[in-house]
Design a protein around this ligand. Sequence first.
Ligand SMILES: [Zn+2]
Length: 368
Amino acid sequence: MLSRLKTKHIVLCELIIIFLFASFLIKKGFDQDTYMHTALYDTEKDYIKWVSFDVSSQAMDRAYRYDVESRSWDVQINWIEVLACLGTRYGGDFSKYKERHMTELVEKLKNKEETIETLTKDMKYYDYYYEAYSAVLGGMVGDYRIEVADDTAPGGKRWEEKYGLKAFLPLAKYYPYSHFDDFGVSRSYGFRRKHLGHDMMGQVGTPVIAVESGYVEALGWNQYGGWRLGIRSFDKKRYYYYAHLRKNFPFNKSLEVGSIVQGGDVIGYLGRTGYSSSENANNINTPHLHFGLQLIFDESQKECNSEIWIDCYDIVQFLSRNRSETVKDPETKEYSRIYQFVDPVAEHYINHSTYQYNDDEFEIHIYD
Ligand SMILES: [Zn+2]
């Protein structure tokens, strides 16, 4: 009798412990969700406020090739969806990336065993990764028209319609450069601050190329970046920053605030200006292009204390396959692209643009 009572007692105690433990886990999960949400999103307006873009160039390359190859399959693979799916699985940390993870995922989609919706339905943060990665990569792949070399055509060139990478490396073809992952290292001109961009060391005068189509939002001098250019993507999500441009001849002379550029256009020239409050000063020791990419989900983020700048090292590695070839005009000393290009997104913007530009409205935050 006594032992039966004891057993009941023990069972009851165990149940209570299990119950307490389960509620602890549920609460912990709930707290973690709330914590994650407030870490990633603005609490009032619910836009993304923090992104650490860690996708490796290998993963970008593989996903991109699936996207292009799948144009001839029944099922279209979207490289950003694939990367966002893996990003969610890795918690954003692509040091966990294995090619077979992507292969298995794409096989399931290709064989119609799964769709991206069924694959991600239980992934809480898939929407976050998809939106974040779309903000970074959204303008890079699509339809475009470009001139290609053709000896049999008049002028040695003809137009081709293509689908694929329409973003370019920021330095012109055949010009050497060196770089390493220098995002986040500290800098000390003016005050101690982190390096929020990517430096590409090269020769003074190397033509600087627009990575993506967009419009010029900033052009001129600031004491950190020297002669610098800011170009905003048409969807307004990306702000490309090109700094330390050449003394005396920094920009393509046709450009002004509001000008439209297309990916692959010559926008300026590599130099070593900056780190000085006096205009046109060469105060940088090693000539280089400082290339920065800022994400903007809400206009209030353009200039604030928590701007989202992205590590561009892997992006630059990925873009190195697509470089714009340029030629110099001996009279004007200006360089221009050899193969003309039409980005439908830029064309659409030109045809439908109702924007008015006002020089005073475009001021940017300053980084070297
Ligand atoms: Zn830099």
